[in-house]
Design a protein around this ligand. Structure first.
Ligand SMILES: NC(=O)c1ccc[n+]([C@@H]2O[C@H](COP(=O)([O-])OP(=O)(O)OC[C@H]3O[C@@H](n4cnc5c(N)ncnc54)[C@H](OP(=O)(O)O)[C@@H]3O)[C@@H](O)[C@H]2O)c1
Length: 257
């Protein structure tokens, strides 16, 4: 028996990077995992295969977070395929273009707000009625340590993550009477495709070339984040809600994510 036996987790952006590590970890802990993705079918299939090879249960579900109709269809498909969702990890996300406020068009704010804040809230809204009926349910929002730094050239991304965090803290208080825990995990720079691209754009080097400049002599790995998410949805954190756990080795990091 593992800690999450009998529970169903939906991990958005679970096909690559941080979300993949979270999906694999929650499955290893016993949950049946819905691996959501946007367009990379092969990566989603590979994540499901890795979970199954380790003895877990998972299925892949395509839907772009931010396309509320597609998301509603996906939640129905997950319900039919795996059962009622009682763990949601809102992880899917994309970087902004890295321009200053002076050079950013309104569309870019809307694009980032849709993926990081409005889309996740529409997903959660569609799942809440069923989650309230579960003995326990958990929502974990993957945000970013960036909301504490607000570095230059980051406004659309930082604003969208800050909006998500504000909603999460509100939701935590609203849903406490229904047994739903809502917490935020805020990584610093993580070794993923996104992290790699950001470092190349800002610094020109490969991410692991910078290991010595990071806390503990290495950049944060997706598994570092997955372990914190696993704790937050476990029985060990039943009295924890409305919290923001920063996973950045104690900072400071390069201040770019
Ligand atoms: N990497 C970092 O340094 C870092 C630091 C702090 C916070 N974060 C946050 O951590 C989360 C994961 O980032 P990552 O580094 O793992 O990114 P990544 O390596 O680029 O992977 C992104 C994942 O999200 C999916 N995705 C993107 N947009 C989507 C959408 N609209 N709907 C559904 N799925 C979508 C992708 O699926 P497809 O491949 O199918 O598009 C992929 O599975 C993000 O919220 C990011 O903001 C990352």
């Amino acid at each position: 028996m593992s800690g999450l036996d009998g529970r169903v987790a939906l991990v958005t952006g679970g096909s690559r990077g941080v979300g993949r590590a979270i999906a694999l970890r929650l499955a290893a802990d016993g949950a049946a995992v819905a691996v959501n993705y946007r367009r990379d079918d092969a990566a989603a299939r590979a994540a499901v295969t890795a979970i199954e090879a380790a003895g877990g249960r998972a299925a892949a579900y395509q839907a772009a977070i931010g396309d509320d109709q597609a998301v509603a269809a996906m939640t129905e498909a997950v319900r039919a395929g795996l059962g009622e969702v009682d763990i949601v990890v809102s992880n899917a996300g994309t970087a902004s273009r890295g321009r200053t406020v002076a050079d950013t068009e309104p569309d870019e704010y809307l694009r980032l707000m849709t993926v990081h804040a409005l889309g996740p809230l529409a997903l959660i809204r569609s799942l809440l009625p069923a989650m309230r009926a579960r003995p326990r349910a958990d929502i974990v929002m993957v945000s970013s340590a960036i909301t504490g730094h607000a570095p230059p050239n980051s406004a659309p991304y930082t604003m969208a993550k800050a909006a998500l965090e504000a909603a999460a803290r509100t939701l935590a208080r609203e849903e406490r009477p229904h047994g739903i825990r809502v917490n935020i995990v805020a990584p610093g720079l993580v070794a993923t495709d996104m992290g790699e691209r950001l470092v190349r754009a800002v610094d020109g080097r490969a991410l692991h070339d910078l290991d010595e400049h990071f806390p503990f002599g290495r950049v944060c790995l997706p598994d570092d984040v997955a372990g914190v998410v696993a704790f937050l949805v476990s029985a060990d954190s039943g009295y924890v809600t409305g919290q923001r756990l920063v996973v950045d080795g104690g900072g400071p990091d390069l201040g770019i994510v």
